[in-house]
Write a protein that binds this ligand. Structure first.
Ligand SMILES: *[C@@H]1O[C@H](CO)[C@@H](O)[C@H](O)[C@H]1NC(C)=O
Ligand SMILES: *[C@@H]1O[C@H](CO)[C@@H](O)[C@H](O)[C@H]1NC(C)=O
Ligand SMILES: *[C@@H]1O[C@H](CO)[C@@H](O)[C@H](O)[C@H]1NC(C)=O
Length: 479
């Protein structure tokens, strides 16, 4: 009903809001937690509106590994690694001192990170120590297999590019077809998890998250690319998902090797476009600027959709604007902040390649999905609701959402932009928790934006793989 004018990056955009009533409430911070039963019921209703067609085919790349989970602080204690005087960021870790400093750098912000350990002795020590600890567990890992399983659980037919061992294969859902060579073991990724408020001596983490380390030489070179390129042509997917490219980050490639792999990947994406296959790129925690630069050249020009979390969004935006990256940003960004960054990313990508038609930002507190109205993406509202519910189920490790283990972090209303002159407030309606509206970026193309609140899991089972599950859950509803 109401509308407002948002000046976004110099372009006037009209917000036609079709949710209930827009009103500016005066101050007051109302706790929405007593509304959780209503919110849950309404999200489930929105989720049930869509059923994934059994003829939906999705091809997912690249790579996979075995994830070894351990409590980060237990592991550091068991290895007698003490907090360093100063945190410091390292692109690759060579010894215990760098591990301590590099870990603390992210732990102090509760930010997720993934690093290559160049020292195999150190890495093997860590894995051996992890195996001796209570709470140690393993799971199938890597973005692609998690996404593939999620698509299969949603009811789609899936082709997965992964090289793997026999133990790994048993963890794939029926309905996932594999391409890639057999190996006798899968590479290990060590997931050092920590909880909200967990202490490492005098340091406290502001939120639950994980620091991932690996010493993997197979995945960074995307060995599955060639067999995948052959298989996907016969498979004829309607969606091609590209993930796991952060494995290339700070990997010690031979001269020209990375470039050669990107050339092959680019050919695949060009071929996909010629077959009208939609391409989704799952962004990740990238720190190497030249790698992000390669992604800009070889991957983003061919990506119809991009998925990422609240840390990766400002990172991508910074690169699009300034050619540099920001390692750490707000842990709990406001909706307005995320929306402003999304608008800029969308417009900059649109201007550069005129290819992007969907962005999905998964944050701890909410899901934000933006789709171009004339694009092939369907059911944006239900997809956002489904993504929210998947986040709770994944992080709690349960099939059903437990109200007693859920909380809402969003306020009773949110602002559509940080620009005070253009902002309008969207009230949060527990009976219609997903707010959607259209915006016009002045090129004759409307985009639809939906914000869905998360029922944040308060009893964390795992955070790793969350983004992959959530992103695929959203995508499965949109094709
Ligand atoms: C590799 O790690 C081991 C075990 O922590 C350590 O003894 C060794 O000094 C490290 N090597 C280098 C080159 O830092
Ligand atoms: C990136 O570059 C911009 C413009 O030069 C600068 O303002 C910003 O501080 C830089 N960010 C980082 C993280 O270096
Ligand atoms: C997330 O993905 C993993 C691996 O595919 C799966 O075991 C788990 O059940 C998924 N979580 C949800 C909520 O679907």
């Amino acid at each position: 009903m109401a509308n407002s004018f948002a000046k976004v990056g110099g372009i006037v955009s009209v917000l036609a809001v079709f949710i209930a009533i827009l009103m500016q409430r005066k101050g007051g911070h109302q706790d929405l937690n007593h509304e959780i039963p209503n919110i849950l019921q309404s999200l489930q209703k929105a989720e049930k509106k869509v059923e994934v067609d059994a003829s939906t085919r999705v091809a997912v790349g690249f790579g996979g590994c075995m994830d070894v989970f351990v409590d980060a602080i237990d592991l550091l204690d068991a290895m007698s690694i003490k907090p360093p005087c100063e945190p410091e960021h390292y692109n690759t870790i060579q010894n215990e001192k760098e591990l301590a400093k590099g870990f603390l750098y992210f732990f102090q912000y509760g930010a997720a990170a993934e690093r290559f350990i160049g020292n195999t002795t150190l890495f093997d020590n860590m894995v051996d120590t992890a195996r001796s600890l209570k709470g140690f567990r393993t799971a199938m890992g890597g973005n692609a297999p998690v996404m593939a399983n999620r698509f299969a659980m949603e009811g789609a037919d899936v082709l997965l590019a992964v090289q793997s061992g026999p133990h790994f294969k048993k963890l794939l859902k029926p309905g996932v077809k594999m391409v890639g060579s057999d190996v006798d073991h899968s590479d290990i990724h060590l997931i050092m998890e920590y909880k909200t408020g967990e202490k490492w001596e005098q340091h406290t983490s502001p939120r639950a998250n994980r620091y991932i380390v690996h010493s993997d030489h197979f995945n960074p070179t995307i060995q599955t690319l060639e067999p995948f390129m052959e298989a996907y042509k016969d498979f004829k997917p309607s969606l091609l998902v590209v993930g796991g490219l952060q494995m290339l980050d700070n990997f010690p490639f031979r001269s020209g090797e990375r470039q050669a792999r990107f050339d092959v990947l680019q050919n695949l994406l060009i071929d996909a476009a010629s077959r009208k296959t939609l391409v989704h790129f799952e962004f990740a925690s990238f720190v190497e600027e030249s790698l992000v630069s390669d992604l800009m050249e070889y991957v983003l020009p061919y990506s119809d959709s991009v998925g990422m979390n609240e840390q990766e969004l400002p990172n991508l935006l910074s690169f699009l604007k300034f050619n540099n990256i920001t390692m750490i940003s707000e842990t709990y960004p406001r909706v307005a902040t995320v929306l402003d960054q999304m608008r800029q990313v969308y417009q900059l990508l649109h201007k550069a390649h005129n290819k992007v038609s969907r962005l999905h930002i998964h944050t701890l507190a909410f899901q934000a999905i933006m789709t171009k109205q004339s694009s092939a993406w369907k059911n944006t509202m239900s997809a956002a609701a489904h993504a929210s519910l998947t986040a709770n189920r994944h992080i709690c490790g349960t099939k059903f959402v437990d109200i007693a283990k859920s909380k809402v972090l969003l306020d009773e209303s949110f602002s559509t932009t940080s620009d005070a002159k253009a902002a309008s407030r969207v009230p949060f309606d527990p009976k219609r928790p997903v707010s959607c509206w259209e915006e016009d970026y002045g090129d004759g193309e409307m985009v639809l934006i939906c914000i869905s609140p998360n029922l944040v899991c308060t009893d964390v089972y795992q955070t790793a793989g969350g983004g992959d599950n959530i992103s695929s859950a959203g995508l499965a509803y949109q094709i």
